[in-house]
Design a protein around this ligand. Structure first.
Ligand code: DO4
Ligand code: MG
Length: 274
C-alpha cells in the first residue's frame, strides 16, 4: 500500500488503483497512530480517483530528515579514500564498526525536493554525487511505519577535505530529495530488496549501480533506536539509511544530469541537477 501526497490531495495506491484519503492534512495523518488502518480503510470503490504522476509532491511536510552514514562497506571505503589526506581513514573505519552509528541532520521537510524536482550541486564544490538511500518513515512512537526513496546529495571534495565540513557538504539548498510515495508496511522491508541508480547525461548513461539491503550493515531498527534516544519527533521523521552505491572516483555530477533511483517495491525517484 503506497501513500502519495499530491496537489489534488492524499492518495493511496493498492494493486495499481488509486483511492482518495479523506484528510487534507499530511502532518496529522503521519502523526496518527492508526496511519496504516486509515490508509487501508480508504481502499473502497467510492474513493477511486484518477492519478496524475506530475502532481506528486515530496511525501513530507513538517517532518525533519535525518541520515545515517557509513552503513555500507562501499561507503566506508569510498570515504577513507576521499579523506586520506585529512586523516579521515580512522574516523570512517571506526564508525563503520562502532556500536553508535553516524547520524546527522539532513533537511527540514519544507526544503526537501520532490519527484521530478531540481536537485543541486554546490557552486564551490568540484566533486558531487547523489547518494541513493532507503529512507524510513518513523512514526512519533519510534515505530517504522513505512519506506521511501531518498537522495542524499553530497559534495565529496568538501567532506573529504575535513570531516568537520560534513554539514556544508550535505546540507544546502536542493541537497535532499525524497519520494515518490511512502510504502506503508506492516512487515520489515526484505533484505533481498534491490536499490539501483542510473545517471544520464544528454540522454546517455554515465553511471549505473545497484546494491541490496543485505549489504546494509545495521538493522534499520538499531538506527531508529539511536535517533530517538534523546530526541522527540512529534510529526514523525524520515531517516535515510546510508548509501551502498558510490560512483568511481573520477565521476562528478554536472548540470542537467538526470538521476533515477529505484527501490524494489517502492518505485522510482527521478530528479534533474539544476
Ligand atoms: O560520513 C559521511 C556521510 C556518510 C553518508 O552519507 C553515507 O554513508 O551515506
Ligand atoms: Mg548518505
Amino acid at each position: 500500500m503506497k501513500l502519495y501526497r499530491t496537489i489534488q490531495g492524499i492518495v493511496v495506491e493498492e494493486n495499481a488503483n488509486f483511492y482518495r484519503v479523506d484528510t487534507q492534512d499530511w502532518n496529522s495523518l503521519l502523526r496518527d497512530p492508526h496511519l496504516y488502518d486509515i490508509a487501508h480503510s480508504s481502499i473502497r470503490e467510492s474513493n477511486l480517483v484518477a492519478f496524475h504522476p506530475a502532481s506528486v509532491c515530496a511525501p513530507i511536510h513538517d517532518q525533519q530528515v535525518w541520515a545515517a552514514g557509513v552503513t555500507y562497506y562501499r561507503s566506508r571505503s569510498a570515504r577513507i579514500e576521499e579523506s586520506k589526506d585529512a586523516g579521515g581513514g580512522t574516523f570512517y573505519d571506526r564508525v563503520y564498526s562502532a556500536v553508535r552509528p553516524e547520524l546527522f541532520f539532513k533537511s527540514t521537510g519544507r526544503r526537501v525536493i520532490g519527484p521530478n524536482g531540481p536537485v543541486r550541486i554546490r557552486k564551490d564544490a568540484t566533486w558531487s554525487v547523489p547518494e541513493p538511500e532507503l529512507t524510513l518513515f518513523v512514526a512519533p512512537t519510534g515505530h517504522i511505519a513505512g519506506y521511501t526513496i531518498g537522495n542524499d546529495m553530497s559534495s565529496r571534495d568538501i567532506e573529504g577535505e575535513n570531516p568537520l565540513y560534513l554539514p556544508q557538504a550535505k546540507m544546502y539548498d536542493g541537497a535532499c530529495a525524497i519520494g515518490p510515495c511512502i510504502l506503508l508496511a506492516s512487515e520489515p522491508i526484505p533484505t533481498t530488496t534491490t536499490i539501483g541508480i542510473v545517471i544520464e547525461r544528454n540522454h546517455a548513461e554515465v553511471f549505473a549501480g545497484t546494491t541490496t539491503l543485505a549489504e546494509l550493515k545495521r538493522d534499520p531498527k538499531e538506527l531508529v533506536e539511536f535517533l530517538f534516544r534523546e530526541t522527540a519527533f512529534p510529526n514523525g521523521v524520515f531517516l535515510m539509511t546510508g548509501t551502498g552505491i558510490v560512483p568511481e572516483d573520477n565521476f562528478t555530477l554536472a548540470h542537467g544530469d538526470h538521476i533515477r533511483i529505484t527501490i524494489e517495491g517502492i518505485g522510482t525517484l527521478e530528479n534533474t541537477v539544476a
